[in-house]
Design a protein. Structure first.
Length: 337
């Protein structure tokens, strides 16, 4: 069913995206780029490096303990990390960078919605030098207070270091908070703290004041205060992608980067509804649009679509919606068997 969704979603994306959407690649970091590595066919998580500007960490949705560092200037892999000291992953779905300078990998997927009574989180320091290398990782056992479930989103708060997981369900999921500090010696119980829509990934802004959650068709950015979501959030102009799987903020918080699965998948930059802002409170380069940015990538800067473009949006949405219905029906059929 995943391949069906990918194929139909890709078709919708091709219908939807105008020819002028792509930005020039290979010039600046943190702009649209294509993942060039032929090994990366199911990029399921995305995290902006804190130690290496312009580098994004990703991994396949599979059982190999491999993490890839991709340079957004070129789309080329500049580091392949092999985790050691952990068991064989089952379904790695998400990656995040913590305030301790470590990478957290969420082996939290469960396509049968509760077939495993526990899942895992892996943690290791972000390497100081890029390159292919083995990394010693710690492994944490995770259970949910209200029973097993499927999840694809793991977020580490950049100030407190607390880990959150968002479950995935066609009827809506939950946001779960882990303990104040993860423990290697026992089970880490995650407790439901909020209701959320269908989520395939999420990320905290670098200042810890915003949380973005994305699904296949939409994304919302929420205010975050005192360990809770505030309000209903603001809609993000999420791009249509074949298998919409990942999202992260740029390291300076000025933009969102949306990724997808598939060979030579695209990572697309979008301005957040909050306006982002760099370390000095402004978008890099001031208030003007970034060099090479196309208007269609930022809903706030784009002109209203013409009749043809509106029709393409409708067709694309219907194709993607039909694909999701096929996936949901297939999963229910599998569970009944």
């Amino acid at each position: 069913m995943r391949s069906a969704l990918c194929a139909l979603g890709t078709a919708a994306a091709l219908v939807l995206l105008p020819a002028g959407h792509a930005r020039a690649e290979g010039q600046e970091p943190d702009r649209d780029f294509t993942v060039r590595d032929a090994r990366i066919t199911e990029s399921s998580g995305l995290a902006a490096s804190r130690a290496h500007p312009g580098i994004y960490w990703t991994h396949n949705d599979q059982d190999a303990p491999l993490i890839y560092g991709v340079d957004s200037r070129t789309g080329e892999t500049v580091a392949t990390l092999t985790m050691q000291g952990v068991g064989t992953p089952r379904d790695m779905e998400a990656i995040s960078v913590g305030p301790d300078g470590a990478l957290y990998v969420g082996d939290v997927g469960d396509n049968l919605d509760g077939s495993w009574d526990h899942v895992w989180i892996y943690r290791f320091p972000e390497p100081k030098v890029l390159g292919d290398q083995k990394v010693a990782a710690e492994q944490y056992v995770v259970k949910y207070a209200d029973g097993p479930r499927n999840a694809e989103a793991l977020m580490v708060h950049p100030k407190t270091g607390r880990v959150y997981i968002a479950s995935k369900n066609e009827d809506g999921g939950g946001l779960y908070a882990g303990p104040e500090r993860l423990s290697r010696s026992g089970t880490n119980v995650f407790r439901r703290v909020a209701e959320v829509p269908w989520v395939t990934d999420g990320a905290f802004s670098p200042d810890g004041e915003r949380l973005v959650l994305r699904g296949y068709f939409a994304a919302r950015e929420y205010a975050w205060k005192d360990g809770r979501i505030e309000g209903e959030g603001a809609s993000v102009g999420v791009p249509f992608q074949g298998q919409a799987e990942s999202v992260t903020y740029t390291a300076d918080g000025s933009a969102l980067m949306f990724g997808s699965e598939g060979k030579e998948s695209r990572v697309l930059r979008v301005d957040p509804p909050s306006g982002g802002g760099g370390r000095d409170g402004r978008a890099p380069g001031g208030a003007s649009a970034s060099p090479g940015a196309s208007a269609s990538a930022s809903p706030s800067a784009s002109a209203a679509p013409g009749p043809g473009e509106q029709g393409n949006v409708t067709v694309g949405f219907l194709v993607l919606a039909g694909a999701t219905l096929l996936v949901v029906a297939g999963k229910r059929l599998v569970r009944r068997r």
